[in-house]
Design a protein around this ligand. Structure first.
Ligand SMILES: [Zn+2]
Length: 163
């Protein structure tokens, strides 16, 4: 397992998780019936929430993570120090590929990403150990860099190019 710079306090971790649950209430998912909530934490402590918003023309659907990023970015908040995502599934569900790339635009590769089970907090049975990569309450604790290795980002457009 890779080394992580966990910068989240216990309080911020819980604020992010609860923010994702609150965000999920705003989901509009009549087609997939798969509501998702996402919460971002800004460096100055703001929680920005997003939910998935579907469309009868399915391609117009936007995921919870991108809703949160776009809401924040359009309000001038363009850096983040944590992300939590939750669904109604009793397991950690990861952001889709498109969202990973959009998150990459505004977040460091070492940013903590919390993938929260819908039945959070899960309780371990007596003697049971958490699976590798999982933390308190059954939360999968990862980073953007782990979710999107060898990624392309804004800095690559700054590289010198052949004409
Ligand atoms: Zn997505």
């Amino acid at each position: 397992m890779s080394v992580r710079a966990w910068t989240l306090s216990i309080e911020d971790r819980e604020r992010l998780i609860q923010g994702a649950f609150e965000a999920k209430k705003g989901a509009y998912s009549p087609y997939s019936k798969f509501p998702v909530g996402a919460a971002l934490l800004s460096p100055d402590g703001k929680i920005i929430k997003g939910a998935n918003i579907e469309n009868a023309s399915y391609g117009g659907t936007i995921c919870a993570e991108r809703t949160a990023i776009v809401k924040a970015a359009s309000e001038g908040i363009r850096s983040f120090i944590g992300l939590a995502v939750v669904t109604n599934v009793d397991a950690a569900i990861s952001p889709c590929g498109i969202c990973r790339q959009v998150i990459r635009e505004f977040c460091g590769l070492d940013m903590p990403v919390l993938l929260v089970p819908g039945n959070y907090p899960q309780v371990l049975a007596p003697g049971e150990e958490a699976k590798p990569g999982y933390g308190e309450g059954g939360v999968r604790e990862t980073t953007l860099g782990e979710l999107l290795p060898d990624s392309f980002g804004p800095e690559h457009l700054e590289l010198p190019r052949r004409s």
